[in-house]
Design a protein around this ligand. Sequence first.
Ligand code: ZN
Length: 366
Amino acid sequence: MQQFYMPVRVVEGAGCVRAAATLIAPLGKCALIVTGRSSKKNGSLDDVVAALEGNGQRYAVFDEVLPNPTIACVRAGAARAKEAGADFVIAIGGGSPMDAAKAIALLARQDIADADLFAGRYSPDVLPMVHIPTTAGTGSEVTQYSILTDDVAESKTSIATPYIFPRLALLDGGYMASLGHNTTVNTAIDALSHAVEGMLSVKAGEVSDLLAKESISIICSLAKKIAADRLAPVDRQKLLYASMLAGMVIANTGTTAVHAMGYSLTYYHEIDHGRANGLLLGAFVAFCAQHLPERTDAILQAGSFESPAAFSQMLADLLGQREALTDAEMKKYAAKAIAAKNIANCAYQPTEAELYQMLKISLEEK
Ligand code: ZN
């Protein structure tokens, strides 16, 4: 048996936020706009405000979302939503504002204690959401995941419920024109990691594979331009599309060992999420090639690579100098990763010793 679920309406193209304003009109009377700081500079916030004003909708802005949002941050956002009387949420930004917005939309309507926040018992009473990505990486605009930093677990962990799928995703690559080189590289690698991990998931299916292959093909065809920082506007829109496809993949397959290990690199070493995945992805594909050769062949073919080594080389060209960890740190992160919920998604499940090996291959040793 197979299934594929995707309840998000996706609109894409230059100027789509203003052009699709009528789709925002039925969502409510007052929006809480959840964003970081960059939406003021890239034009996205102006477009959203123009769309809301044209519709006669009120709004309040919560722009205190920092990278890797915490529970405290989303609680502050939920309080702001209640105070403003917001009856829907608009998220603008990269993964952090989008993931925070989902938790805010949930917590604005439901009282959930910190200890129960990741336990998965939610009611459908959640504020409806519009998501406007301004980076091409997380795919959060089409997923039911809100990844938050959990200081109790010393890691990132997720709220996962179909109730937090956005209603509408608006994809305008124009907002990425001034995106910094590192952010462009790291987010593209994150999207690639989603597509690749989706194909190595026990939940991979025909539809998710189709989307994943297309996403891998687009991202890998642009890898040289990404590395050289020479993306044209049309390339930015393509990357945003590829990231959205990869988001649809993981909405159905979940992520796997790469994300499970990457969370420790982000939590303990502040390595960007996409970069953390990129550091580990080559070793994971090489590992899977030994056990699931048909799966990895399909991945390599989609990206036009002759071997896992060629795939790793493409990543190496994007990543540059790798970070160094101590042996004890690698052991600790393998032990943490083996207990993560996304390990169970691996189509071939690595042991803790194998995760440790992948970390050793992926990072320098201190
Ligand atoms: Zn990711």
